[in-house]
Each structure stands twice: as structure tokens, then as C-alpha cells.
Write a protein that binds this ligand. Structure first.
Ligand code: NDP
Length: 320
């Protein structure tokens, strides 16, 4: 039988929200524990230059920023463990967290900062050709496409950022978007327009990705024009899907309230969920902004609210 280990406060997730929560909880003497999963540091570890996080006037690389946050959290006595959470039971006190290793932790306050993961189109070719020309991370895989033609699917900041990044290596990037207007910030759009290596393919959806894993991988992307139905095969060797993210909430089942898009619901001006003592911060509860700085901000809020909650719990325990 695995033994339960108790902590006052546990934070699940090690992105900007999780680390900021840990820094605040650590400074409040709560000795927080972070459980970091398969992607410590979160989405910023697969990004390149971060130019909009205040305090770095010349920008900073995503992985370096996350490393700094980790070291800062550890300076304030944060214990960080690497394991995957398999189940969280919130219907009992203390809350119980089961890990892949078999370890079980309990805690009085829980901060959920599990972030969000890349969304896929849902066509069979994505799975079949994953690792053979299909990717959701240009920063991770772009280098392999030196001198080749590739496609990026999507019209938001991620898609444009990935397309721009890829132009450092590839000959040509087709940006395939289902509408004729980008969702990306104006400044990103301008950079894209100025970049001769990027060719937009407007009003087009992906029908298929052509190629076989053992036979050289991807060799074309099949797109359909949504207005006239015309189908075109564009020869490319790489396809990068950049159509947004889904919040990582599967391990919580139906215990927590969610909004229509599956993001964890929190009370107005608060990170409190529908279960007292459980707080949610960062991309897992933010469908609107999804920025590192807003994640950090809600991480701070979650720690302050958790501290208040724990004080009230202790007060109640000494009163009775
Ligand atoms: P977004 O949700 O902003 O954009 C997703 C894009 O993918 C949209 O253009 C959308 O089309 C398209 N899309 C969605 N589903 C499909 C589908 N099934 N088929 C085809 N196309 C689809 O996600 P991002 O990841 O781009 O950005 C998320 C957040 O992160 C945003 O707030 C963004 O500003 C931020 N961000 C900021 C960066 C920065 O500041 N450097 C860098 C990256 C992201 P449509 O437009 O038609 O809905």
C-alpha cells in the first residue's frame, strides 16, 4: 500500500502560473510543492524569443525565462517533483492526488495550473504522419526542414509566429487559413506581409496530408477552397498545425465546473473554483488572453487566495 504524504499546498503544473503561485506561496512560508508533468516549464519551453514579458528589455528565450522562474520558486523553498498526476480526488478532505509512480499526496489547498495543449485538426493523416512531417511545434522541429517547402495551418499569433520562425530555415512557407483575415496581432501580420518567404493560402481548409511514414513522410498537403470547393495539392515536406489549444483538464473528470469551451470556471475576480480550497490559474482557466504574463498574474492570485483559505481553515480549527 503506498503511503500518503501530506503538504499544505500543492500546485499541479510548472508553467508561468504554477511557478508564480509557488513563489508567492513560498514567500508566505507555506512550503509549496509543485508536481510538474511531462512538459516542465509549459508552452514557453517550446517557444523562442519572448518579447512581451516585462523586465527583459531585449527579450528573453522562452526556456531561459522558465528556468529563471524555476530557480526563483526554489529559492523560496518550493519542492518540485517530476511525475504525472493520474487522478485527483476533491470530494474529500484533505484532497488526494495520485501519481503515475504510485505515490499519493494529500493537501489542504490545491492550485491547478495544468495549462493547455496544442489542438489538432482531427484528420487521420495527422496521427499517421506525426513525426514523419506533421508537427505542432515549429520551434522543436523546424530545423529539420532546412531548404524545403512547408505549410503552417492556422491564422492566430501562434501560426504567424511559427511561420516567421520557419523562414529562418525553409525556402517557402504556405500559411493555410480558413478565412481571408488573420486573427494574429497587427504587428505580427505586418512582419508576415514583409516576409517574402511566406505565401498565404486564404479561405482554405485541410482535406488531407499526403505521404507515408516509411516512404519519405509528407510530400503534399491537400486543401479545399471553402468558397468554390476547388481542391489543390500543395507540395510540402512538413506540415505544422497551429490552430490553438485545449485546456488540460482530463485528470479532474467532472469534479470541477467548466465553461462551454472546457476551460475551468472560476468565480469573478478570483481563481476560486466551485470546490472550496481548489484554485485554478493560467491557461487552464483563461480562454481569452492566454499570455505568459496573465498566467503569472493569476498564479499570484491563486497563491494569495489559497493562503487566505488556509488561514481561515486554521482559524476554524483553533476555534473548535
Ligand atoms: P487562436 O485561438 O488565437 O487562433 C487559432 C487559429 O486557428 C485561428 O486563426 C482559427 O481560425 C484557426 N483554427 C482553429 N480551429 C481550426 C480548425 N479546426 N481548422 C482550421 N483552422 C482552425 O490560437 P493561438 O494559438 O494562435 O493563440 C492563442 C493565444 O496565445 C492568443 O491569445 C494569442 O494572442 C496568444 N499568443 C501570443 C503570442 C505572442 O504574443 N508572441 C504568440 C502565440 C500566441 P479563425 O481565425 O477562423 O477562428
Amino acid at each position: 500500500m503506498p503511503q500518503e504524504k501530506h503538504r499544505k499546498i500543492i500546485i499541479i503544473g510548472a508553467g508561468p502560473a504554477g511557478y508564480t503561485a509557488a513563489i508567492y506561496a513560498g514567500r508566505a512560508n507555506l512550503k509549496p510543492m509543485i508536481i510538474q508533468g511531462m512538459q516542465p516549464g509549459g508552452q514557453l519551453t517550446i517557444t523562442t524569443e519572448v518579447d512581451n514579458f516585462p523586465g527583459f528589455e531585449h527579450g528573453i528565450q522562452g526556456p531561459e525565462l522558465m528556468e529563471k522562474m524555476r530557480m526563483q520558486a526554489e529559492r523560496f523553498d518550493t519542492e518540485i517533483i517530476s511525475d504525472s498526476v493520474t487522478e485527483v480526488i476533491m470530494q474529500q478532505r484533505p484532497f488526494q492526488i495520485k501519481l503515475d509512480s504510485g505515490d499519493i499526496y494529500t493537501c489542504d489547498a490545491l492550485i491547478i495550473a495544468t495549462g493547455a495543449s496544442a489542438r489538432w485538426l482531427g484528420i487521420p493523416a495527422e496521427k499517421r504522419l506525426s513525426g514523419y512531417g506533421v508537427s505542432a511545434c515549429a520551434t522543436c522541429d523546424g530545423f529539420f526542414y532546412k531548404g524545403q517547402d512547408v505549410a503552417v495551418v492556422g491564422g492566430g499569433d501562434t501560426a504567424v509566429e511559427e511561420a516567421l520562425f520557419l523562414t529562418n530555415f525553409v525556402s517557402k512557407v504556405y500559411l493555410i487559413h480558413r478565412r481571408d483575415a488573420l486573427r494574429a496581432e497587427r504587428v505580427m501580420q505586418q512582419k508576415m506581409e514583409e516576409n517574402k518567404k511566406i505565401t498565404p493560402v486564404w479561405n482554405s481548409v485541410v482535406e488531407d496530408i499526403l505521404g507515408e511514414p516509411g516512404k519519405g513522410g509528407v510530400h503534399a498537403i491537400r486543401v479545399k477552397n471553402v468558397h468554390n470547393g476547388a481542391v489543390t495539392d500543395i507540395p510540402v515536406t512538413g506540415v505544422f498545425i497551429a490552430i490553438g489549444h485545449n485546456p488540460n483538464t482530463a485528470i479532474f473528470g467532472n469534479q470541477l465546473d467548466k465553461d462551454d469551451s472546457g476551460y475551468l470556471a472560476t468565480k469573478p475576480d478570483s481563481t476560486a473554483t466551485n470546490i472550496p480550497g481548489v484554485f485554478a490559474a493560467g491557461d487552464v482557466q483563461d480562454r481569452h488572453f492566454r499570455q505568459a504574463i496573465t498566467a503569472a498574474g493569476t498564479g499570484c492570485m491563486a497563491a494569495l487566495e489559497a493562503e487566505r483559505y488556509l488561514n481561515e481553515l486554521e482559524g476554524a480549527a483553533t476555534r473548535f
